[in-house]
Write a protein that binds this ligand. Structure first.
Ligand code: NAI
Length: 337
């Protein structure tokens, strides 16, 4: 039976890479029905609402969505739609696998899955200005909320992921030396959960600044990494950079009642509308979605075709050092399928 998936093409390069991804999935014979919905700037322009109810209802009903990047105004305007979607569907774990696909770079053996707590920390959204005398913005305050419940869910997800995917180690990244309460709680919960997995999954913790250096110097030593929201956001882009850039970095947002799959990158305004964006990250996100739906063999076949196209080197997009268009890259994957 066909599975209905909410499809949000998104903004900027979103529609181009979504089109390419849908063509690849169709060519692979994925039995999916697309329920197309708008969000982000395109929805704000059309309905005066960056997250229309129809989009939320569709995700609620289908429980699975594939989403292009969404534009969020910087420092003003509506709140991040991505954050709102995570909140609406209780998508507590953000999973970002990264391994070397484009060979010949600085590293050959990086294979890291970063799992980020997706709802709390500094991105919880408790922010305000503080007025002093006649300056309404004399100061600003953002609260980093860490709860035992939220930490437990994300960290346990990381350990369960390690067990089910045959991974050997979980590294918990924190800044508990300075933020002794919030980051300290996250670390404390991690140590407790690690005891449940003793003998099955190794556990270590790293302070985020040292982790950033270690990732750049010797990324091969890391396997599954779990961390709080802001650190996860930053480190996952860093890790993408180790393995060939944002163009090949997929992500999954997992909750108890819904999952949203997306590329890690944004709307790439500098190349939007030019037909040159790399659709690889969204195609790989669609593979994570197929895994989630239990169609793992098809996901593997698509990944294999994508890797083969990149290895061959004839059709690479510009971010990968080639000159292929979005469409040509997708066509090459389809030909390999
Ligand atoms: P970005 O990821 O859009 O772009 C950073 C750089 O990477 C640019 O040079 C861009 O051309 C390049 N790039 C990104 N994806 C690419 C692809 N598929 N192929 C080739 N090159 C690619 O980050 P930026 O510029 O910071 O953000 C732009 C907008 O995207 C903002 O409105 C931001 O809020 C939004 N954004 C949305 C995300 C989402 O919906 N998940 C995630 C990150 C940013």
């Amino acid at each position: 039976m066909s599975t209905t998936v909410t499809l949000i093409p998104g903004d900027g390069i979103g529609p181009d890479i979504t089109e390419a991804t849908v063509r690849v999935l169709d060519a692979a014979g994925a039995d999916l029905t697309w329920d197309r919905q708008l969000a982000g700037a395109s929805a704000a322009a059309r309905f005066n609402d960056p997250i229309p109810d129809a989009t939320l209802d569709s995700i609620k009903k289908n429980r699975v969505a594939l989403k292009g990047p969404l534009e969020t105004p910087v420092g003003e305007g509506y709140r991040s739609v991505n954050v709102a979607l995570r909140r609406s569907f209780d998508l507590y774990a953000n999973v970002r696998p990264a391994h070397v696909i484009l060979h010949g770079g600085r590293f050959e053996k990086v294979d890291i899955v970063l799992i980020r707590e997706n709802l709390e920390g500094l991105y919880y959204g408790a922010e305000h200005y503080i007025r002093i005398a006649d300056d309404p913005k004399a100061a600003a305050e953002s609260v980093a909320l860490i709860t035992r419940y939220g930490s437990e869910r994300a960290i346990r997800y990381a350990f369960e992921y390690a067990v089910t995917h045959g991974r050997r180690k979980v590294t918990l990244v924190h800044k508990a030396n300075i933020l002794k309460f919030s980051q300290g709680l996250f670390l404390e919960v991690g140590r407790e959960i690690a005891r449940d997995y003793a003998g099955r999954v190794q556990f270590e913790d790293r302070i985020v600044d040292a982790m950033a250096m270690q990732l750049v110097l010797k990324p091969e030593q890391f396997d599954v990494v779990v961390t709080t929201n802001l650190f996860g956001d930053i480190l996952s882009d860093l890790i993408s950079g180790l393995v060939g850039g944002l163009g090949l970095a997929p992500g999954a947002n997992i909750g108890p009642n819904a999952a949203i799959f997306e590329a890690v990158h944004g709307t790439a305004p500098d190349i939007a509308g030019k037909g040159v964006a790399n659709p690889g990250a969204l195609i790989l996100a669609a593979c994570l979605m197929l895994d989630h739906l239990g169609d793992t063999q098809r996901a593997e076949r698509i990944r294999h075709a994508l890797h083969a196209v990149i290895d061959e080197g004839k059709f690479r997009t510009r971010d990968l050092g080639g000159s292929a268009s979005t469409r040509e890259f997708a066509d090459a994957i389809i030909a390999k399928l």
